[in-house]
Design a protein around this ligand. Structure first.
Ligand code: KG4
Ligand code: ZN
Length: 342
């Protein structure tokens, strides 16, 4: 089954063709990063307009690169939640138009589930369900038990900023570059991670056991630097970046490893833009008792392949969406759905 996947939930205009939910035949990602860089953040109005301009060319390139005619597709998958409404609407409307004109089934998919599907692509040994999932991006920080491609149970989420958002805000404050995650990661490579002892959130009990919080760390990193400076430590951008990166990632790893211990799940899948973080990759990768899977770097950020891949699974089951399908900025159930008392 050959599926075209369309992703336009934020600032990546992406399309890909995937076969049988596993093999990537093409993967085109047109990033809007340079256009939002002046604003140090994604401007929703600009994003949706650019998607409207680019979506046809991006989809056409994905088909060409895959050597597939649109008429030879078996279906179309498109991200419909969560994300920026205007941007999502461009992708959905394009997918509907294409599906209607070709008489193809189409399916709307959840971006979070699509990120968790990414490590199943182009691999001979996909992770077995159930596994522990970590979805960390600019808009989400979720620790969940993943039962199947379409079923997750939320164990913890952030109570304030998302992990990627914290990277972006700290980077913006210091002018380290945009987007912040990759800029801080690069600077941190030559910094001293012990220069600043930033505070850790203390959400360790009961229901909040796996929850995350970044506002305290963010404030400490941008406003109270001196307070957390180790005696003798040099205030340099590399040292700020390295200490912040360590503190931000240690929060994630701490919660995740706690969840692994409590649930007994030994396979972990880390997905989303922050999963590209080199310190996170080496920290989790060093846990030999766990089978930690990271998607290829090209599949960590937003892409159409993960959308096509998961879409294929729904279409294989005979499921598809109706032409009255709409988009949603949020996934409201995520805050309470399946939350367990720990
Ligand atoms: O998944 P993604 O491409 O888009 C969203 O759905 O948000 O994630 C983007 C986020 C941004 O906040 C970016 O700063 C962060 O991922 N990011 C990183 C790294 N590369 C991207 N954060 C930490 N370290 C990185 N190497
Ligand atoms: Zn994403």
């Amino acid at each position: 089954m050959r599926v075209l996947g369309i992703e336009s939930s934020c600032d990546e205009c992406a399309a890909a063709v995937v076969e049988d939910g596993r093999t990537i035949l093409s993967d085109i990602v047109a990033s809007q990063v340079p256009f939002h860089a002046d604003y140090q953040g994604v401007v929703p109005e600009l994003a949706s307009r650019m998607h409207a301009e680019w979506i046809y060319t991006v989809a056409k390139r994905a088909l060409d690169q895959a050597g597939t005619r649109a008429a030879d597709l078996d279906g179309i998958a498109v991200t419909v939640m969560p994300g920026l409404l205007g941007s999502l609407l461009v992708g959905l409307s394009f997918a509907k138009g294409l599906a209607w004109s070709l008489g193809l089934p189409f399916i709307g998919v959840n971006h979070i589930l699509a990120h968790l599907y990414a490590p199943r692509l182009d691999t001979a040994s996909p992770p077995d369900y159930p596994f522990l999932g970590l979805v960390v991006s600019g808009g989400h920080s979720i620790i969940c038990r993943v039962e199947d491609f379409d079923r997750i149970e939320i164990l913890g989420t952030t109570i304030d900023d998302a992990a990627g958002e914290a990277f972006d805000k700290v980077s913006k404050h210091y002018g380290f570059g945009y987007p912040g995650g990759a800029a801080i990661d690069a600077l941190a490579a030559t910094g001293d991670e012990t220069a600043f002892a930033f505070p850790k959130p203390t959400l360790n009990k009961g229901q909040r056991r796996y929850d995350l919080s970044y506002s305290g760390l963010k404030t400490a990193a941008i406003r109270q630097l001196e307070q957390y400076r180790r005696p003798g430590a040099v205030v340099s951008k590399e040292n700020i970046a390295a200490s912040f990166r360590k503190a931000a990632i240690d929060i994630l790893a701490d919660r995740l490893l706690k969840a692994a211990e409590d649930t007994g799940l030994t396979t972990i899948v880390a997905a989303g833009g922050v999963a590209a973080n080199s310190y996170l990759r080496s920290l989790l990768g060093s846990k030999k008792e766990l089978d930690v899977r990271f998607p290829a770097l090209s599949l960590c950020g937003d892409n159409g392949a993960m959308v096509a891949g998961i879409g294929c699974k729904y279409l294989e089951r005979g499921e598809h969406s109706g032409f009255d399908l709409n988009v949603s900025a949020r996934v409201p159930l995520y805050r309470s759905f399946g939350r367990k008392e720990a």
